[in-house]
Design a binder for this molecule. Structure first.
Ligand SMILES: *Cc1c(COP(=O)(O)O)cnc(C)c1O
Length: 486
């Protein structure tokens, strides 16, 4: 290509690529449209269903394939609203009370906007000292919250599953679980341990380890004495106990294992104690939670999910390891093309303590809300969730036909309806399905002690007393209606 022709071509390409970088006027219009959409969306949440089962399931997206010319912001927002934002579970609704409710704080959305706009590189200190300081500062704040010493390190991950994987890989290498030792190495869990732990063990190459389900008490908490017995008897059989995974609390029932006692058994036996607090560890911010989580500091690692009980949007988990050198040993790596990047040691590089290198600048969505409103509203909201769960626990058992499980440790209540006749499991399945399909509230179910039970999980920052009263009404009325139909 001749030089002049090449320059003409470059100029022409530059012009055609211009829509990637809109000017000030276009930006204001775009932002106005998105902000307007956001306002309409937030206003609609109050009366929007908590679950919208639509037959087309967002099929409309398929009728709008990606094109060369694009369709502009208005049509794009309409497609999003009709096929995504109004279909399926609505986790931003205060009446979403299933699984583990999440959040979607407005302040975090603003943080995400700025994170995408400034696109700081949060993997390595050298690339963005500020972004890395921010992440590590947040992790130190969490470490202090759970009573970990200065030796602790951590990582902001995409969620609890990856955070648990990071902890398990750190534990694996610290305990030298490899090769021929794997089939003789024993992990201790309970039947209520989250399934992502089993998945993490598999991904970490530890599928061959023996997984021992330690008996639980009547509140579904791991029995520390039984754990000690299992460890002893496994040692006598020539096996290699190395890891205890406790939960604070479980996804099933919200039960918090006796963390102090388990910590003691683990320490005296030389095992790594990992606490999966993806759901519950942030309750350490409020007095009720602090009480229940006593002893959490006696663990070796902890997972906590800001996208659950700190009300952040999905994509934010955290892992803390008491001895950060164990995290570094398991994750740091080097490469020639990174030689400039690894030379600064003021702050630990997030990339050196996790499987990720380049990652979402997720610290900003957490830091911004904490800076703007402080921790007090979070503490209050977490206390409120615990109190609402206790309120529900009292109210539901006063309604004829409903029986409850153990007093809630945190913000999850298990309960079920016992019909006058017929199969209780089938009745409760029908009850939860009917409530879900109607969508006024969303609750989920699980199996406990072989029985089909219902779960009330209070976790959204928008869930308040009226929502719980409304849920009680819906559950009561639906049970009565179904009982009448039998
Ligand atoms: C949700 C949850 C997980 C998994 O976390 P994700 O963020 O969904 O990956 C792990 N453990 C417990 C106890 C949970 O509640």
């Amino acid at each position: 290509m001749k030089n002049n022709t090449r320059i003409d071509r470059i100029r022409e390409l530059e012009k055609r690529a211009q829509p990637l970088d809109p000017d000030g006027t276009s930006r204001r219009l775009l932002l106005g449209d998105v902000a307007g959409y956001g306002e309409d969306y937030l206003k609609s949440i109050l009366c929007a269903p908590a679950y919208n089962a639509r037959v087309d399931n967002g099929q409309g997206l398929l009728d709008a394939p990606i094109t060369e010319g694009g369709i502009g912001i208005e049509k794009t927002l309409r497609l999003f609203q009709e096929n995504v934002a109004t279909v399926g579970i609505n986790p931003t609704s205060g009446r979403f009370l299933g699984y583990i409710p999440g959040g979607g704080l407005y302040y975090a959305a603003l943080g995400d906007y700025l994170a995408a706009l400034t696109n700081r590189y949060a993997g390595i200190f050298y690339a963005s000292p500020g972004a890395v300081r921010m992440e590590n500062l947040l992790l130190r704040w969490m470490a202090e919250m759970v009573g970990y010493p200065d030796s602790a390190g951590g990582n902001l991950a995409s969620g609890g599953s990856i955070a648990n994987l990071t902890a398990i890989v750190s534990a694996r290498d610290a305990q030298c679980v490899q090769g021929e030792r794997i089939p003789r190495s024993v992990v201790y869990l309970t039947e209520h341990t989250h399934h992502c732990i089993t998945k993490a063990l598999r991904v970490a190459g530890l599928n061959g380890c023996i997984q021992r389900r330690v008996p639980v008490d009547s509140s579904y908490r791991m029995q520390a004495a039984a754990l000690e017995d299992c460890i002893k008897s496994d040692r006598q059989d020539g096996l290699l106990p190395w890891l205890v995974v406790s939960s604070s609390g479980t996804t099933n029932t919200g039960s918090v294992d006796p963390l102090g006692d388990i910590g003691e058994v683990s320490r005296s036996n030389g095992l790594w104690h990992h606490v999966d607090g993806a759901y519950g560890a942030f309750f350490a911010l409020c007095p009720e939670g602090k009480q229940v989580l006593k002893g959490i500091n006696h663990s070796d690692s902890i997972v906590m999910d800001p996208h659950k009980t700190l009300f952040l949007p999905y994509g934010t988990g955290a892992v803390l390891v008491k001895d950060r050198t164990k995290m570094l040993a398991a994750h740091s790596a080097d490469a020639d093309y990174m030689q400039d990047a690894f030379s600064m040691e003021e702050e630990i590089d997030p990339a050196a303590v996790s499987p990720e290198l380049t990652k979402h600048f997720r610290g900003l969505r957490l830091w911004l809300p904490l800076q703007v409103v402080g921790t007090a509203p979070f503490q209050a909201a977490l206390s409120e969730k615990i109190q609402l769960a206790r309120y529900f626990y009292e109210k539901i058992q006063s309604i004829d036909g409903f029986v409850v499980g153990p007093f809630p440790d945190l913000s999850i209540v298990v309960y079920r309806y016992v019909p006058r006749s017929g199969d209780a499991d089938a009745f409760n399945r029908c009850l939860v399905e009917t409530i879900q399909q109607e969508g006024r509230i969303f609750i989920s179910s699980t199996r406990v002690d072989g029985k089909f039970v219902l779960r009330m999980a209070v976790g959204c920052f928008r869930t308040h007393l009226e929502d719980i009263d409304f849920a009680l009404e819906v559950i009561r009325d639906t049970a009565r209606r179904l009982e009448g139909e039998q």
